[in-house]
Design a protein around this ligand. Sequence first.
Ligand code: SF4
Length: 346
Amino acid sequence: MYSKLINWSLNEFSSLPWRKKRNLYTTLVSEIMLQQTTVSTVLNHYPVFIKKYPNIKSLSKISEEEICIAWKGLGYYRRARNLLKAAKTIDELGSFPKEKSELIKIPGIGEYTASALISIGDDRPELAIDANIERVVSRLYGVKEQKGLKLQKKIRTELYPKIEKLFKTYSSRELNEALMDLGRVYCQARKADCSICPMKSRCIAFKKGKPLDFPEKPKEKGSKKYYDLKLARFVVLHQGKVLGYVKNEQSWLSGQVEIPTFIIKSEDSSLVQYPKVRKVIKEKANGKIKSSITKYRIENHYWVVSKADFERISGISKGYKYFKFDRQMGNFSTTTLKILNKVIGD
Ligand code: SF4
């Protein structure tokens, strides 16, 4: 039965660039890129990244700034820094450890990535439970548990003996990837195309007639879905350079450069990503752009000012420095780049 699924996956998706040349390093890069990012986005970035940094040694030599630049367009930059930490540690160790218990000791490698390295990178028996596999397995075996850690625990304890047997017949790599492909293509969270699914004849959720009931949805906490956030951003230019700061480890977009930014108004009073404006800005903003991040819908009002005016308006003179403005190479956040492109023009 799984042969049908695996053949479908091999026929349809063997040409994905990260499935062409496999080793533990390429698996580490592709798996970290694919977390929280769509296949279509990674398709454009993976080949460029691997060409530039073809092995652990080449990656381990670069700086945080360099990896953030190479990561541009993939978002969630914490993953880039985790990848770099992992590369530096593996380079120091001399090779990838074999055991999962050793892999998860490497900074930047968590439970899922360790499982993916074993199963996909090394083709050894292991189930790499990402959101797709979690959902697909819950439906195939009819496990009605709330998605997340509880369901993963159930898969690892109650279902694993059944799944383990499959590795005697099928390649762990091919089985894991086929289940992931199924979750991405036919067996999605809000839509299941059961009529054309290669697993429909053995799927318990399908037989019960309610595939979308598996796994259980987390209970609504009654919390607000989005918060509106109004920010003041200041563009201070000097001899082709722009005043900014590097976002710290605890911030959104950490490692990237942003122009000075302050909260004018936030529906979420607990938000501490930016300082609040110290006084009402009387000057009319030069423009406004919209953006969003996690649960925040953001209005970015920007002012183009001199350094003296910025310090007068914000009441702040320290904590910033000038960065060379380069659209291709600069490590600027996307919103900062959009504002600078509007101000400076193409
Ligand atoms: S038959 Fe439907 S619910 Fe079952 S695995 Fe296929 S798409 Fe998912």
